[in-house]
Design a protein. Structure first.
Length: 275
């Protein structure tokens, strides 16, 4: 089955993993901007990173028949540095018309601080002005519930932003309902240890249905699995869910969500056996 991984940090992964993902049916990925594991020393570090994810990474993916899309922003971890965040946000418009740039992301809160909120609001302002889609990171478990509530309050109080063009990611059992009820897309991250296991993600599908759900690996430089979406597909099959339902979640939903971006030029691959 073809699938799309809507949140993965391929700059952290090997070429062999692109090969494995392609063999498992991956036809497209989207790569949000992320913390490098250390704080960058200035705005030029971000320029190099944006060049890498909009230029080199799509070429690396294309060698395996994978279409690569990108989201740009100052990540939640470094958003605490308001001065540097402003420089990065001011540079982003230079990149918004590059092929494959879907919008701003993953913006959001990390420790729910005042500075993070300020940077978040400045991203929202840019998204509203440039009519970009948004991908939002929610904090790690200790700060997740409060951070998700704060995030939803901030986004819904800006009436220029259409919730149908926003995905709120890394949701779990205690945060997913808030997000779906507010009309946003809901991202579920499959991680080996923290966030959701494939089994818990399938439980969420059974509780909330497939509408506006996106399932991703969020694989990065830490413990994570770039083949987590295939693990979700296997768990769905093990519970005897129809192929059409699985396909809706791992393929049609990302197409529908990404399709709202002006730079999403998806080329449908032939289905296996449909020559
Ligand atoms: Zn991420």
């Amino acid at each position: 089955m073809h699938f799309i991984d809507p949140h993965i940090h391929m700059v952290c992964r090997t070429t062999d993993e692109y090969g494995l993902m392609a063999k498992m049916g991956c036809v497209a990925v989207s790569e949000p901007s992320f913390w490098a594991g250390f704080d960058r020393r200035g705005v030029e570090g971000f320029r190099d990173y944006f060049e890498q994810i909009t230029g080199f990474e799509p070429k690396r993916a294309a060698q395996y028949g994978i279409q690569h899309y990108t989201w740009l922003c100052m990540n939640a971890k470094e958003a605490e540095n308001v001065a540097l965040s402003r420089e990065v946000i001011a540079m982003i418009p230079e990149y918004l018309d590059r092929p494959g740039v879907l919008g701003l992301g993953e913006i959001g809160l990390n420790k729910n601080t005042k500075n993070e909120v300020l940077t978040f609001l400045e991203h929202l302002e840019l998204a509203a002005k440039t009519n970009e889609q948004i991908l939002i990171h929610t904090p790690h478990l200790a700060d997740k519930y409060q951070g998700t509530r704060m995030t939803l309050d901030l986004v819904t109080s800006d009436h220029r932003i259409d919730p149908d063009r926003v995905v709120v990611d890394h949701l779990e059992e205690h945060t997913i309902r808030l997000v779906l009820e507010a009309g946003f897309w809901a991202g579920i991250t499959l991680y080996p240890t923290t966030k959701c296991t494939p089994a818990r993600a399938v439980d969420l599908v059974q509780m909330y249905g497939p509408e506006r759900l996106l399932v991703n690996s969020a694989a990065d430089w830490g413990p994570s699995n770039p083949l987590a979406v295939p693990d979700f597909i296997m768990e769905m099959r093990r519970r005897k869910h129809p192929e059409s339902l699985i396909r809706q979640i791992v393929y049609e939903n990302p197409l529908e969500f990404f399709g709202q971006s002006k730079n999403f030029r998806f080329q449908s691959p032939a289905e296996p056996g449909a020559e």
